[in-house]
Design a protein around this ligand. Structure first.
Ligand code: UT7
Length: 330
């Protein structure tokens, strides 16, 4: 078995906007159907932020829930890493607002951009920093307001995306079993153009033309991303299990990024995993990018689907192209 790093999840929390947008709502504004969306993606509804909600408000709510679950005070935290591709402001990091609003000490706080793999990247960065520094308690968050970069005239992307946040407090394991057993991250910048928000950065700054051309919205080559994701998902899960020298059967729960139910079903089938061991909530929330894994994690803990000492594998992939896995004994 792989070497154990003595860090664990002390508490998790999540936050979702109250407003629900169903497939029937899209039928009213687009040439689409509930039948097409459900059969191609598995999505039935998603949550959409109200005007006064955003990545920061949801991150704050999810973080407070995670801190309560971890029986941890904001002043106990040593570091905050917030994964998002829809920050509250371009400058400064949303994590800094969060640090202040939570009432933390002047601890380091930064945003991390790895699209849908963001929570896995944040988890890995936190574990790395806890290994080489005195940081004991780290708050990691995946929070996204995808609706603010969604082109509601583009039926190929808008039906997929949703808003939400999930958070986890990481800290020292209090026994010799629980801990982090494998971390793996990867990226292929050759596929960077497959998912982009083209305008609003330094390459193509905001102008009336970029707004008129709808370039501040997310563009995706769905078919190519699908091909990448369907292969990558099962590959990274298989490799994580092999590196840790455990059996697929040993896994109590797998939490995949929720981008398309068909991608998850294909991986489950190829890996021979029972569906009961795979967390799926895409039907209710759509693709919430970096928030999808921590939301599913928080729900799984709430529903008693994972217990202390059991093997939990989280697998993300998405824009970048990026991917990554975290294998822990919970
Ligand atoms: O989280 C980041 C990772 N992202 C993903 O993993 C997303 C991966 N991609 C996908 O999940 C799928 O590619 C989509 C769900 C986005 C699209 O499904 P698809 O089966 O690949 O459809 P397609 O893009 O090949 O389009 C098939 C047809 C097209 O019509 P024509 O050209 O064949 O006449 C589209 O225009 O479906 C049409 N179409 C729609 N029809 C009704 C595309 N979107 C819609 C829609 N309603 N919402």
């Amino acid at each position: 078995m792989a070497k154990r790093l003595p860090f664990t999840i002390l508490g998790v929390g999540h936050a979702l906007p109250g407003r629900i947008m169903t497939n029937a709502d899209f039928e009213k504004i687009l040439d689409t159907s509930d039948e097409w969306i459900t059969t191609r993606t598995g999505i039935r509804e998603r949550r959409i932020c109200a005007e006064d909600e955003n990545t920061l408000t949801m991150a704050l709510q999810a973080s407070r829930a995670a801190l309560t679950a971890a029986a941890c005070q904001p002043e106990d935290l040593d570091l905050i890493i917030l994964a998002t591709c829809t920050p509250a402001y371009p400058i400064p990091a949303t994590a800094c607002f969060l640090q202040h609003q939570l009432g933390c000490r002047h601890i380091p706080a930064f945003d991390l951009s790895a699209a849908c793999s963001g929570f896995i990247y944040a988890f890995s960065a936190a574990v790395g920093m806890m290994t080489v520094s005195p940081y004991k308690r780290v708050l990691i968050i995946g929070a996204e307001t995808m609706s603010r970069v969604t082109d509601f005239q583009d039926r190929g992307t808008c039906i997929l995306l949703g808003d939400g946040a999930g958070a986890a407090v990481l800290g020292p394991a209090d026994d010799k079993v629980t801990g982090v057993y494998d971390l793996h991250l990867g990226a292929d910048g050759g596929g960077a153009e497959l998912i982009t928000v083209p305008a609003g950065g330094s390459w193509l700054p905001t102008s009336t033309r970029t707004v008129d051309d709808r370039l501040h919205y997310l563009k995706m080559n769905g078919r190519e991303v699908y091909k990448f994701a369907v292969t990558k998902m099962q590959e990274v899960i298989r490799e994580a299990v092999q590196r840790a020298r455990i059996k697929m059967d040993d896994l109590a729960l797998v939490i995949p990024h929720q981008s398309n139910a068909r991608i998850i079903e294909s991986a489950v089938e190829k890996l021979g995993l029972p569906a009961s061991k795979v967390a799926v909530n895409i039907d209710r929330y759509g693709n919430t990018s970096a928030a999808s894994i921590p939301i599913a994690l928080a729900e799984a803990v709430q529903d008693g689907r994972i217990h202390k000492g059991e093997w939990l594998l989280m697998a993300g992939f998405g824009g970048g192209l990026t991917w990554g896995t975290v294998l822990i004994r919970f």
